[in-house]
Design a protein around this ligand. Structure first.
Ligand code: MG
Length: 260
């Protein structure tokens, strides 16, 4: 199933199931109990939003190699994880704002995993039982703001730095997809998820040995080789076939706008 969040005529926010050419409105909690309202919308009449408001967002750093032969035989003992604030989430077609003082930011197309059930100390073999579905994420990054001591938080946290969407697909096989990105129509990233250094099951199982994952938590699983710095005006399309295309445009922060 494909779940979306959407607006109609710029007013209320709804949840729905996206079918071939219509949207069936639903109500309730996606992760526990929901039902159809009976209302249906034409896809042309709705504006897609980020498909969920995450509970929290956890990313993993530098998690892809170029080719299978480059996969390390030994995995790092402590993977590099980081948090992104939920306030950085935007939806499809929204603008990514390049912060004042810098001219470029990096796009990072990623498979985003959405946790559906409380998860603690989950063995690798059972990780997928706790996954609700998948969406496309763009882990926008301003490396200029990485701290010299290695902290990434600021460079990952600006408003608009976490586009998600267009849908949550619950039936995806995450081991059979490619994570792609096109910049201004030109392919920049295109890698199978088997090129992840720390694979999905290991990544999530490890996290659950540290923290309790909750419904609505989003795990950004890392970006394939090929991400690069871009200027205002660029259009980025992050894509995973089966989920869809997450398209956003980069803009410069307007002087005096919303900065207080
Ligand atoms: Mg990333």
């Amino acid at each position: 199933m494909k779940f979306i969040r959407f607006e109609v005529e710029g007013s209320k926010v709804y949840q729905g199931e996206l079918t071939k050419d219509s949207v069936k409105q639903i109500t309730g909690d996606l992760f526990s109990e929901w039902r159809y309202t009976g209302e249906t919308f034409n896809i042309c009449d709705v504006k897609l939003l980020a498909p969920l408001q995450p509970n929290q967002i956890i990313g993993i750093g530098a998690n892809y190699v170029t080719k299978k032969e480059d996969l390390p035989s030994e995995l790092p003992e402590i993977p590099v994880f980081f948090y992104k604030p939920t306030s950085s989430v935007i939806g499809p077609e929204e603008q990514i704002v390049i912060p004042k003082g810098i001219e470029q930011v990096k796009f990072e197309s990623e498979l985003a995993i959405i946790i559906g059930k409380e998860a603690k100390n989950v063995p690798e073999s059972r990780v997928l039982d706790y996954v609700f579905g998948y969406t496309v994420g763009n882990d926008v990054t301003a490396p200029q703001f990485f701290h010299k001591d290695g902290h990434w938080t600021i460079g990952k946290s600006f408003d608009t730095f976490t586009p998600l969407g267009p849908v949550i697909e619950t039936e995806l096989d995450p081991f059979q997809v490619k994570v792609e990105a096109k910049l201004n129509g030109i392919e920049k990233q295109n890698s199978e998820t088997e090129l992840m250094i720390i694979p999905i099951r290991k990544m999530i199982s490890y996290l659950t040995t540290v923290m309790t994952l909750k419904p609505g938590d989003v795990i950004l699983t890392g970006s394939p080789i090929g991400a690069e710095l871009v200027d205002a005006g660029a259009v980025i399309e992050c894509e995973i076939k089966g989920i869809g295309i997450l398209r956003n445009t980069f803009v410069t922060e307007k002087v005096g706008a919303k900065s207080s």
